[in-house]
Design a binder for this molecule. Structure first.
Ligand code: AMP
Length: 216
C-alpha cells in the first residue's frame, strides 16, 4: 500500500502506521522518528533539526525533502509505504507529488485522522515512547502502560516522555498543525485522495483503511 496519514500530533498516526505494516510488508516512514534518531546520534541533520523540534516548530522543508528523497530510494520502500508525519506543509506536499511522479508511483489514499482536541491533549500528556531508536513502541500511562519499572514490553529499553511533550511544546505543535498542516486536507481533497476517519479506535481505523484500499 502507498498511503499518507494526516492528523494532528496525538491523532494516532504512529499506532495506525505500525498496525498497517503488519499486513503487506509496507514500511512506516516517520520523519519524526528519523529526526529524533538524528538528534540522538548528534548527526549534522540532528544538529540542524534539534532547536526547531524542541520548540514544537517545523523543521525547514528543504531538510525534510532531502531526508525523503534518500529514504524513498531504499529497497524496503518497494513493497509500499505508510507516511506518518510527512508531508506537513503545502510545499512538502507539492514536492512529494513531483517526487512520486518521477518515481512512477501512485498513492492509494490520504487518510485524515480527525480526533477531538480533548482526546489529543489527554493522549499527548499521557504518552510515553520506548527510548530504543529501533523500537519506539508507543505507550500510554492510562490505557497501555509499560512494565512496572517503566520499561518497554517489547524490547526492555526505558520508556520516556518525549522532550516535545511538555505542555508548552504541545500547545505550540497543535498551533503549528492548524496553521501549516491542516491546509493539506483541502489540498488532498482537491487531488481526489482524501478519506476522513473520525474514529478514536486504532483497530477500527485500520479496518476502515484496509477496506478503503481493498486489502481485506
Ligand atoms: P512527530 O513525531 O511527527 O510529531 O514529529 C516531531 C517533530 O519533528 C515535529 O514537531 C517537527 O519539529 C519535526 N518534524 C517531523 N516531521 C516533519 C515534517 N514533515 N516537516 C517538518 N518538521 C517535521
Amino acid at each position: 500500500m502507498r498511503i499518507i496519514l494526516l492528523g494532528a500530533p496525538g491523532a494516532g498516526k504512529g499506532t495506525v502506521a505500525k498496525a498497517l505494516m503488519a499486513y503487506d510488508g509496507s514500511v512506516q516512514i516517520s520523519t519524526g522518528d528519523i529526526l529524533r534518531n538524528a538528534v540522538k546520534n548528534k548527526t549534522e541533520l540532528g544538529k540542524k533539526a534539534q532547536g526547531y523540534m524542541g520548540r514544537g516548530e517545523l523543521v525547514p522543508d528543504d531538510l525534510i525533502m532531502e531526508i525523503m528523497e534518500s529514504r524513498f530510494g531504499e529497497p524496503d520502500c518497494e513493497q509500499g509505504f505508510i507516511l506518518d508525519g510527512f508531508p506537513r506543509t503545502i510545499p512538502q506536499a507539492e514536492a512529494l507529488k513531483k517526487l512520486l511522479q518521477k518515481l512512477h508511483l501512485k498513492l492509494d489514499v490520504v487518510v485524515n485522522l480527525d480526533v477531538p482536541r480533548e482526546v489529543i491533549l489527554d493522549r499527548l500528556t499521557t504518552r510515553r515512547t520506548c527510548s530504543n531508536p529501533d523500537c519506539q513502541e508507543i505507550y500510554n500511562i492510562k490505557s497501555k502502560p509499560p512494565t512496572e519499572d517503566g520499561r518497554c514490553k517489547k524490547c526492555g529499553a526505558p520508556v520516556v516522555q518525549r522532550d516535545d511533550e511538555t505542555e508548552e511544546a504541545i500547545t505550540k505543535r497543535l498551533e503549528t498543525y492548524n496553521e501549516k498542516t491542516a491546509p493539506l486536507i483541502d489540498f488532498y481533497r482537491k487531488e481526489g485522495f482524501l478519506k476522513t476517519i473520525t474514529s478514536t479506535s486504532s483497530d477500527e481505523i485500520v479496518s476502515i483503511i484496509r477496506r478503503e484500499i481493498g486489502s481485506t
